[in-house]
Design a protein around this ligand. Structure first.
Ligand SMILES: C[S@@+](CC[C@H](N)C(=O)[O-])C[C@H]1O[C@@H](n2cnc3c(N)ncnc32)[C@H](O)[C@@H]1O
Length: 389
C-alpha cells in the first residue's frame, strides 16, 4: 500500500515475499541503510525481528514513523475522527485553499501556512505528533504548484496547485492511512513483538549501534530516477522546516557537476572491479560526443555506491549475510549489471556471492523516459544477490 503518490521503485510483492519467506524466518537483527518506503515494517514488528531502517531522505523518516505498530495503536485509540479534526486544525493556517499559480514549489503564503501547520503539530504528544507530521507530509502535494516533466518520475517547480478543498485533502490523506493500517495490521495479529529504529542517515557513513545478522537493501540504480526530484515538493518543504537534503549525498542523482573525484574515482573503481573497468572503457569508446559526461556520471554513481557498501558491510556480524536487490540498467544498448559490479567489490573483502532470485520486469513501467533509446523498453532482470563469508 503506497502512502505517497511518488513511491516508485519500492520492493515489489514477489521480492517482499522472497525476503519474508527465505530471509526472515528466524528472529534476526536487520539493517536496511537505504530503506526508502520500508514496506517490511509491519512484518518486522509482528514477527519479533529488530531492524534499523535508515534513509538519507527525511520524508522517509517521517512517513515510515507513522507505519510503525505504535502509530497504528495510537491511531486506533484516538480514532479516525480525532485525526481528521486535528489535521484540519493544523492545516487551517494555510489560508488559500483554492488553487494557486506560482513559479516555485509553493506560493509564498501557502508555504508560510504549511510551515505554521508543521509548528502546530509540535504541541501534541510524541506519537500523535509523529502521525500528524506524516499526515501533513502526505497532504503536501495538494498545496504544491508543481508540474510533471517528460521523465514521469521527475517533477518541476512551478505550476498550478490542486483545486481540492481542505475537507477533501484531509479526507483523502486519512483514507490512505486507513487503508494502509487495514492491510498491514487488521486481522493480522502480531505473534512476537519486534522493533524498528527509523532514522535519517547517510549510508556512506551510517553505523548501527550493534552488529546485525542481515543487511537487506536495494540501492538506487544509475538510471534517471533521481530521488531529489522525485520528492521535490516534499524535499523543498522539509528543507524549510529544518530538514535539508543535499543532492550530493544521494547515490542516484543527476547532479554530477559537483563530483570532483573523477580521476581518483575511476582509478579506485578499476582497482576493485574488472567488470567496471571494462564497462566504463566501453562507454568512453562510444561514438557520441557526450561520452565523457557519461563516463563521469557512471564513475560518480559506482564510486559512491562502492564507498557506501564498504561502509555498510562493517555493520555485519561475522556470520552475517547481505542481501541486495538490484535491477540491470541500460546505457545506450549496454547492459549495466549492478550486481556484477558489487560482487567484484564484495569479493575484495572476502565475500562469496550468489544470485538467489531472478525475475524479469519493467523497472519504470512501459513508458520510456528516453525517446532515443527504445531498447530500455525491454524487461530487465531484477535480482536478489546474497553475499556471505
Ligand atoms: C531503490 S530505493 C529503496 C527502495 C526500498 N527498498 C523500498 O522498498 O521502498 C533507494 C533508496 O536509497 C535512498 N538513498 C539514496 N542515497 C542514499 C544515501 N546516501 N544514504 C541513504 N539512503 C540513500 C533513496 O532515498 C531511496 O529511498
Amino acid at each position: 500500500m503506497k502512502l505517497l503518490s511518488s513511491e516508485y521503485a519500492t520492493y515489489r510483492n514477489s521480492v517482499q515475499e522472497y525476503i519474508k519467506d527465505e530471509i526472515l524466518s528466524a528472529p534476526a537483527t536487520i539493517l536496511d541503510p537505504m530503506a526508502g518506503t520500508a514496506p517490511l515494517i509491519p512484518f518486522i514488528e509482528k514477527n519479533g525481528h529488530n531492524a534499523y531502517l535508515y534513509d538519507v531522505l527525511p520524508i522517509h523518516f517521517f512517513v515510515n514513523s507513522a507505519k510503525k505498530i505504535d502509530a497504528y495503536n495510537t491511531y486506533k485509540k484516538n480514532g479516525t475522527e480525532w485525526f481528521y479534526e486535528e489535521l484540519k486544525k493544523c492545516l487551517s493556517s494555510v489560508k488559500n485553499q483554492s488553487s494557486i499559480i506560482s513559479d516555485d514549489w509553493y506560493d509564498k503564503d501557502t508555504l508560510k501556512g504549511l510551515c505554521k501547520a508543521w509548528q502546530t503539530t509540535e504541541k501534541y504528544e510524541q506519537i500523535e505528533k509523529a502521525l500528524l507530521k506524516a499526515l501533513l507530509l502526505v497532504s503536501l502535494r495538494n498545496y504544491s504548484s508543481f508540474e510533471k516533466s517528460k521523465n514521469r518520475t521527475w517533477v518541476k517547480a512551478g505550476g498550478i496547485s490542486s483545486y481540492k478543498s481542505l475537507d477533501d485533502i484531509v479526507d483523502d490523506t486519512i483514507q490512505r492511512f486507513e487503508k494502509y493500517y487495514k492491510e498491514s495490521y487488521e486481522n493480522n495479529e502480531p505473534t512476537v513483538e519486534g522493533s524498528c529504529v527509523i532514522d535519517i542517515k547517510n549510508a556512506i557513513t551510517a553505523k548501527t549501534p550493534k552488529l546485525v545478522d542481515l543487511i537487506v537493501t536495494s540501492p538506487p540504480y544509475p538510471n534517471r530516477l533521481d530521488y531529489h526530484r522525485l520528492y521535490g515538493p516534499e524535499n523543498f518543504f522539509l528543507s524549510n522546516v529544518g530538514f535539508p537534503v543535499k543532492p550530493s549525498n544521494l547515490i542516484g542523482t543527476n547532479t554530477v557537476r559537483a563530483y570532483d573525484s573523477f580521476i581518483h574515482g575511476k582509478k579506485y573503481l578499476f582497482s576493485k572491479s574488472p567488470y567496471l573497468s571494462n564497462l566504463i572503457t566501453t562507454i568512453e569508446q562510444k561514438k557520441e560526443k557526450d561520452v565523457m559526461y557519461y563516463s563521469k556520471y557512471y564513475t560518480r554513481y559506482f564510486d559512491t555506491l562502492f564507498r557506501t557498501f564498504e561502509n555498510i558491510i562493517q555493520s555485519l556480524s561475522k556470520n552475517g549475510k547481505l542481501y541486495v536487490v538490484v535491477q540491470d540498467n541500460m546505457h545506450r544498448g549496454e547492459i549495466i549489471e549492478i550486481d556484477t559490479a558489487l560482487s567484484d567489490l564484495l569479493k575484495c573483502y572476502g565475500f562469496q556471492t550468489k544470485i538467489v532470485f531472478d525475475e524479469k520486469r519493467h523497472h519504470l513501467g512501459l513508458r520510456n523516459v528516453s525517446k532515443k533509446h527504445f531498447v530500455i523498453r525491454k524487461k530487465h532482470p531484477e535480482k536478489i544477490m546474497v553475499a556471505f563469508k
